[in-house]
Design a protein around this ligand. Sequence first.
Ligand SMILES: [Zn+2]
Length: 198
Amino acid sequence: MTEAYPPRGRVDRERIQRAVREILVAVGEDPEREGLLGTPRRVAEAYEYLFSGLREDPLRHLQVGFMEDYRDLIIVRDIYLASLCEHHLLPFIGRAHVAYAPRGKVVGISKLARLVEGYARRPQLQERLTSQIADALYEGLGSRGSLVIVEADHSCMTMRGVQKPGSVTVTSASRGIYREDGALRSELTDLILRGREI
Ligand SMILES: [Zn+2]
């Protein structure tokens, strides 16, 4: 059965609990043993939170902006990011660096963090997450251009030994003036990445 997408209404916790119980049985565990009794419920609660971005439009965080005669450049570095990869439902954790050149409208730093969270709390791909944030800052906010760089550690790679722990995947997306002008883009990329390892 195909569910409506994007979903409406509340997360079906009961259904998650049944599914988690099934997984425990399938791997050979005893879901009735004491340590696991509350696990389906806890997983359901965790998923409800971790996927809450499916039930919101993160663009709403950009609506509360202020008009400012400032056209140069705004960079916010090291926005904490935690998401679940849609291929394995395992976490990828890292940081987003976002930059945009306003066309009059500016938003508060906390709103940028909410924007990142809204897109992160869904089954995600790092590449898509990066593009969605860049699109939001360009089209959603109506800026002259945006550049987003995401650095993340993927548990599905590090936990399964495909890659060594500590390996980081870096993605970037540019829009507007930063897409059109390669020199401007690399200058800004350098600026964002310089000194991030303290
Ligand atoms: Zn994965």
